[in-house]
Design a protein around this ligand. Sequence first.
Ligand code: AQP
Length: 344
Amino acid sequence: MTQFVQRVFSGVQPTGNLHLGNYLGAIAKFVELQKTHECVYCIVDLHAITVPQKPETLRASIREVTAAYIAVGIDPKKHIIFNQSQVAEHAELAWVLNCVARVGWLNRMTQFKEKAGKDRENVSIGLYVYPILMAADILLYKATQVPVGEDQKQHLELARDIAQKFNLDYGESIAATGHGEAFFPLPEPLIQGPATRVMSLRDGTKKMSKSDPSDYSRINFTDDADTIAQKIRKAKTDPEPLPSEIEGLGNRPEADNLIGIYAALENRSKADVLQTFGGGQFSTFKNALVDLAVAKLEPIASEMKRLCADSAYIDDVLADGAARAREIAAANMIAVKNIVGFVG
Ligand code: AQP
């Protein structure tokens, strides 16, 4: 068995309105993992342009996600923070992987079906091949672990299938070029905890999402304390008191969601949170959730604001991160070209 360096990779799209779902499902985990792993955290701007973006807004969003990474506590000196477009090998490897992946695999991707909706013939080809680029992002760094929200599970499975097919298709060449039995590790999705799929505050059956037209559906990274309080107090609930046992959350999507958010913010299990609030009214629980959410999110918002005012610093972080990312990416891409049989 080929042994791989343990490396974490993940990314966030610079498409505006970073929200609590992005935080609890992914970014908060990035912070934890940097204590134990070598981490590469990307602002995936190539993914962002799969749907139309205004150049000025995109530029601002790239800096804002960078600021968010630093504000939550990712150390850009110890780990790598960079934007995808600055490392050309992402697009280069994606092409090779386009030729490994099968059309049938892509046709099964549910996120494409949801995002394309009825307008399937008119969306960009980029949106269709998005999961291949995502596989390239991960495999370019031979990442072994990928912290993501539940919605990315299928894309991660595809990345594993692509890695496996590349390893099989090119097995002889991989061995002949001195890379052992397998060139790419099969990346492991890290989808754990009580808030892997944070739901809309307006509808507990819909994912909290950047593109939801209602701002009341989500808590944004940039919301101030009053706005957070208002959104939580207005969050949809049901008329029953909170249950004392976890089984009581079944068929109560809004209650389940709010308890999950509380649990994730305080690093507790849902069962444990229900021990505290079970049997009580939503109003009491919501007050506690407001205090907790404000205490966790307000310092991040104010640090982001401070960092965003210093775009020269942000740009330096990105340039330094891109240079370090490129070193890993270039070496792996040279190996891929060699394995595939390109001359150069
Ligand atoms: N609601 C969520 N709950 C848990 N995790 C979530 N993530 C997103 N929404 C939730 C995770 O956040 C990371 C970055 O997501 P992204 O920026 O790549 O974009 P996305 O998944 O497309 O985010 P949205 O809000 O869902 O955008 P739209 O509205 O455009 O569809 C990922 O790890 C993701 O799983």
